[in-house]
Design a protein around this ligand. Sequence first.
Ligand code: GLU
Length: 431
Amino acid sequence: MAGADTVARPAEELPPELDDPLFHQALGQLDGVVERAGVSAGLAEVLRFPERALAVAVPVELDDASMAVFPGYRVQHSSVLGPTKGGIRFDPEVTLGECAALAMWMSWKCALLRLPYGGAKGGVRCNPRSLSDGERERLTRRFTAELLPVIGPQRDIPAPDMATDEQTMAWMMDTYSMQVGHAVPGIVTGKPLSVGGSVLRPEATGIGVVMVVEEAVRRLGWTLSDLSVVVQGCGKVGGVACRELAERGARVVGVSDIGGGVHAPDGLDVVALDGWRREQGAVAGFPGADDVTNAELLELPCDVLVLAATEEQLTGENADRVRARLVAEGANGPTTLAADEILAERGIPILPDILTNAGGVAVSYFEWVQDIQRLFWDAAEIRTRLGELMRGALDRVWRLAEAEELPLRRAALVLSIREVAAALRARGIHP
Ligand code: GLU
């Protein structure tokens, strides 16, 4: 049954809550590879929809004693390979449809790395910058309490994402643990070390991005220390990627944050820039560099453009003007379907998000395994294991892309979807 190759699709293709540009992007990617992956139409139909989505209201008493209610979501795309896994973001733009797209990508990401997880994503629609620490804590704890029916260390394991961090995870872990009556470190990953976190987890996504870039560059016959790099975003992913790239000898010529960017064709001192940003609150105005807008940053001449900010950055509108020779996706979904096509036509390869930024969930997996075993590894061991996972996945993607003449994203999606579909076929659909 689960292999059915015809589909009875209801008249309205998508329920309105999934009718979101990012979900269309995720669906477009999936639909574009189903045939190539050899997955039956019936199985593909199952994979198009999230298994479960929870929408909650999160009431928070603000510091001025007023009450605010924030919408929150958790979407679980597929639990066929194991517990679902994925971050929680605090962002004014969060929607259920966006979480559904990001959850689907988490499924592909975990499958591509052969982690025993399905994909999930969640978030609270709020402006994190306007909340005090106390308000953020109350928001996090109440949101966690609302998620209790669907999360658990064997069910669904949240992690940090945009505007959430180790402290957020500690509050989530504590709220869950207080409910069950004992400490449950494996309920979230990306925790502080003091409550069962893993060394290198905070830097893992950025380190993984650079591992993938380094290996891709080597396969292209280039040398990282001869290359110029532009990095969009200098948060948890972009900031670490900048530092790691500079340490490997690459010339970082452009960096941006939410307010704008800086450009120095001879290279930026990334350590001094980081100090400047911490002091001034923004990269703009960094001595010796020119200020550029975020839009201009994406169009700077460089060898490698690392997208480490947010989704939908390269679009049908600006992809023509990208002057990089290689694009690396540190963020989730930064390249729209239209931009994908334009860059493919122009022969600019894209290192896709589900491969390139998978270092975060890879070390989350290591953290969860350590929590379950109550046995902790050192940084050298984590770095070695992360390198093996990232290079192994890149190798599988690269080989399929070469053998079947596919863009790297399509190759990565084919491999991931085959993994999930094989498990779904073996398990079948419970009636
Ligand atoms: N939020 C990260 C991502 O998008 C990490 C998820 C996790 O570690 O579970 O991949």
